[in-house]
Design a protein around this ligand. Structure first.
Ligand SMILES: C[S@@+](CC[C@H](N)C(=O)[O-])C[C@H]1O[C@@H](n2cnc3c(N)ncnc32)[C@H](O)[C@@H]1O
Length: 380
């Protein structure tokens, strides 16, 4: 199929977000896709050695999946995964990209003398028609804490329309993890919040003194707004492994060959964790993900590859971890048990952002228990 003019930015047609609600494509493009049109953003991903090594090894150590095969790269960006697929021997690679980055990808493909194999298609995956079904779908769709950005919906759509029944997904599996952590970020964010409120009270007093308007009725909504921003919004952080103070637990496992949008609209888990650090502050939770390249049952990988975004001293990624802070932190000891209920839904205002409800009960090894707590967080 030939390349298409970008019909996305001005296209106001609604599509479903998988949950039944309608998504305005123009708004979605302005809020989400536009950042991917910058080489600066693509370079950030291309500079992530953990990410790059994992995809590179997955492809080149499993050439049997690519040799003489047809490949679809969902969200090709700069074209890197499509180029590697072609270099690994693919017969044909369809490289679909929603943004103008497709033009750079086309140039890169040409400069690497692969234009006979890789066809860059500018358009939204949901709207693209391919001339044939493919043997492999490759995509780097993972957002913060795996599901932010909701790009896996587009991969599911591509899979259900274009993957042969014998086809393979790259990556093939994904998991989300949660663990208790210690961190100085909580104190910092509480100081920021208190500073913002002090500033509000100065502003409110001055407005009364100089302009004769009593602003105090807005104190509560301002405080709620600032609380949401400073205390309830999860934070990007590269945690050191010694900040993880208890056992990590899996909150979601997905087989990319069979997962449906319904499976990821609401992620719920009841998990437990034990504190492994001696006597420490429990400051919140760290969340991360990993994906695996295992091929499929009928056509397994020769070399299974893992891409993990777990806290690491040497192998951090641009995804880092998402940190959900507790205010105030609690003192815990080795052997204390945590019973955690986790629920994550898409934000109603923006289906690419998430809302998390986390409740936790702490069973102290001493026999005393803290009262259970429940917090709401926003992954923005
Ligand atoms: C995380 S980047 C990965 C880029 C590239 N594959 C890589 O690994 O470096 C995701 C890319 O997918 C594109 N994308 C996201 N959803 C898409 C869709 N529904 N149709 C086409 N492209 C999409 C984005 O514009 C972005 O360039």
């Amino acid at each position: 199929m030939g390349s298409r003019a970008n019909g996305v930015a001005g296209d106001r047609t609604g599509t479903s977000n998988g949950g039944g609600a309608t998504v305005d494509k123009g708004v979605d493009f302005a809020n989400y896709f536009c950042t991917y049109a910058f080489l600066f953003h693509q370079k950030e991903m291309l500079s992530d050695r953990v990410r790059m090594d994992a995809y590179f090894n997955a492809i080149f150590q499993n050439k049997h999946h690519f040799l003489e095969k047809t490949v679809l790269d969902v969200g090709t960006g700069s074209g890197i995964l499509a180029i590697w697929s072609a270099q690994a021997g693919a017969r044909k690679v369809y490289a679909v990209e929603a943004t103008k980055m497709a033009e750079h990808a086309r140039e890169l493909v040409k400069a690497n003398k692969l234009e006979g194999v890789v066809e860059v298609i500018e358009g939204s995956m949901e709207d693209v028609t391919l001339p044939e079904k493919v043997d492999v779908i490759i995509s780097e769709w993972m957002g913060y804490f795996l599901l932010r950005e909701s790009m896996f919906d587009s991969v599911i759509c591509a899979r259900d329309r274009w993957l042969k029944p014998t086809g393979v997904m790259y990556p093939s599996h994904a998991r989300m993890w949660l663990a208790p952590i210690r961190s100085g970020l909580g104190d910092q964010k509480m100081n920021d919040y208190e500073g913002a409120m002090d500033d509000w009270f100065c502003f409110s007093n001055e407005t009364q003194t100089y302009y004769g308007v009593d602003m105090s009725v807005l104190t509560k909504p301002y405080s709620e707004e600032q609380k949401k921003y400073y205390l309830q919004t999860s934070l990007w952080n590269n945690l050191h492994p010694n900040q993880v103070i208890g056992t990590g637990a899996i909150i979601k496992e997905m087989d990319c060959l069979t997962a449906t949008v319904n499976d990821i609209l609401n992620v719920r888990a009841s998990i437990s964790s034990s504190i492994t650090a001696e006597n420490t502050r429990f400051c919140g939770f760290g969340g991360w993900f990993d994906v695996h390249f295992r091929g499929c049952k009928e056509n397994p990988a020769q070399q299974e590859i893992e891409l993990t975004t777990a806290p690491s001293e040497d192998n951090s990624t641009h995804w880092g971890q998402q940190v959900f802070l507790l205010h105030p932190p609690l003192r815990v000891r080795e052997g204390d048990g945590l019973i955690i209920n986790f629920s994550m839904n898409r934000s109603e205002e923006n289906h690419r952002l998430m809302e998390v409800d986390l409740s936790c009960e702490i069973r102290q090894s001493s026999g005393n228990n803290f009262p259970p707590f429940k917090n709401k967080f926003y992954i923005e």
